[in-house]
Design a protein around this ligand. Structure first.
Ligand code: GLC
Length: 448
């Protein structure tokens, strides 16, 4: 990074901190005021890391608020609706979780989960805090068993064949909501009886429709939720009927990375880590056996319902680098795809969410092409771990540069201007995890 950008950093750092504090609603932080006015699960993990660089109390509060939504079966919901807000669809009433016995009494929630990031976020926070205040130790002891419970929920309820791979049953559980990897499965859903929800949508009132999922997509998303409501969110019933059952590579890598974070912490807290070690070894083995495609040299999602891999290259396939799962040789193969399949030439920004050479690639639409900061941040750490230092630094510098020159948006066009690339930010502006990870990129205590 040159001197100019280092000088600029002071201004941008202050901006990122202010953005996070502005999005803080007292105890928790919303992803963005215009599009996402509640608390989201994996967002809160990344946000807590950003808050740590501002105020430890707020970082701990963020995670405590998230766990207020935990169900009695361990499930950590993807949204906590702490306060009412009409500007989001589907809001609390659409999830109909109020009379579900497992739901918490403290807060209304959705009925699905999101990638399990809290285990590794806690480990990262613990590393950052050189002198560990007593309140941090108390906090860890309080939260640790809850995170383990959220993993236990996944292993006991989302892995019917006890393979070590957990499934998701809604694309919103993946975090990569409208990725092309879901297209075929969603297309196959019978929507003849489905509600038309186009007029209920709030997102397209705030963001250009070209950057958001279509109404047809939304109909299918809601159809799945209606199925969960019909079965009163009982996984054992849902699994029999649900057309969407996917062993997602990103989700399972987050689980491994978080298992590892918890194992590290368990040693320090004198907790027994044996079950975590057992789960973790099984998941690593299963990812290598089932999600790695030797002929393509890439990791793919597995459609458990139709028993087939989904051979579309998306940035989730790089997450085994972050979780330290792949061999050096596999890492080389992944890097080859990153350089020659995800981008068309050196002028492109790393890393598009869908490979540029995939027919479904769309440079502007959400998870179908644009660059996302959280995936870049994980990829950066993954590449460092495999000693791909130059590429790692390129990703970090490009991420920082995008946010400094364009703003702290939700996602960005990867194409250079010479190839039609827009240098305007995409999706939501003033997006919390972008700001949070901007701070973490800059403070960058150490790779992990
Ligand atoms: C979008 C993203 C999802 C994120 C949510 C809130 O739906 O796809 O990953 O959690 O926004 O920011």
């Amino acid at each position: 990074m040159d001197l100019h950008s280092i000088r600029d950093n002071e201004h941008h750092t202050a901006f990122a901190k202010e953005l996070l504090l502005n999005n803080n609603r007292g105890g928790y932080t919303i992803p963005s005021a215009r599009l996402y006015p509640f608390q989201w699960n994996w967002d809160s993990g990344f946000i807590a890391l950003g808050l740590l660089h501002i105020d430890l109390q707020k970082a701990m509060e963020e995670i405590r608020s998230l766990f207020k939504g935990q169900w009695s079966n361990g499930m950590l919901p993807h949204i906590n609706f702490h306060h009412p807000d009409p500007n989001y669809f589907p809001g609390p009433d659409h999830w109909a979780t109020n009379d579900i016995p497992e739901r918490p009494s403290a807060v209304q929630t959705s009925g699905i989960t999101q990638p399990p990031v809290i285990g590794f976020i806690l480990a990262r926070m613990n590393d950052f805090l050189v002198e560990k205040p007593a309140e941090w130790k108390t906090f860890l002891k309080e939260i640790f068993p809850k995170v383990v419970d959220s993993h236990r929920y996944l292993y006991e309820n989302r892995d019917p064949h006890r393979e070590g791979l957990v499934y998701i049953h809604h694309n919103w559980e993946s975090g990569t909501d409208n990725s092309p990897v879901w297209d075929d499965i969603l297309e196959g859903i019978d929507v003849s009886q489905a509600r038309d929800v186009a007029t209920l949508r709030r997102d397209i009132k705030n963001v250009d429709v070209a950057q958001r999922p279509t109404n047809e997509n939304y109909k299918r998303y809601i159809c799945l939720i209606d199925l969960f409501i019909k079965h009163r969110y009982k996984d054992a019933e849902i699994v029999k009927e649900c057309p969407f059952l996917v062993q997602d590579i990103l989700f399972n890598c987050m689980l491994v990375k978080s298992n590892q974070g918890l194992i590290e912490l368990a040693e320090k807290l004198n907790f027994d880590a044996s079950i975590l070690v057992e789960w973790n070894n099984k998941t690593i083995k299963a990812i290598q056996q089932k999600l790695w495609d030797e002929s393509c040299g890439f990791y793919y999602n597995y459609d458990l319902k139709n028993q087939r891999r989904i051979p579309i290259k998306i940035s989730s396939g790089f997450m085994p680098l972050f979780a330290g799962i792949c061999t050096k040789q596999q890492a080389d193969q992944l890097v080859y795809h990153l350089q020659y399949s995800f981008v068309k030439n050196e002028e492109w920004m790393l890393c598009p969410s869908t490979a540029a050479d995939e027919p479904a690639f769309n440079p502007l639409k959400y998870w179908r092409g644009p660059v996302w900061i959280n995936l870049n941040w994980m990829l950066y750490h993954g590449l460092l771990r495999y000693e791909k230092t130059d590429l790692a630094h390129k990703i970090k510098e490009q991420s920082v540069q995008l946010m400094q020159t364009i703003g702290m948006f939700e996602y960005f066009d990867a194409r250079p201007v010479s190839e039609g690339g827009t240098r305007a930010g995409l999706g939501a502006d003033l997006f919390s995890w972008s700001a949070a990870l901007y701070l973490d990129f800059l403070y960058d205590p150490k790779p992990f």
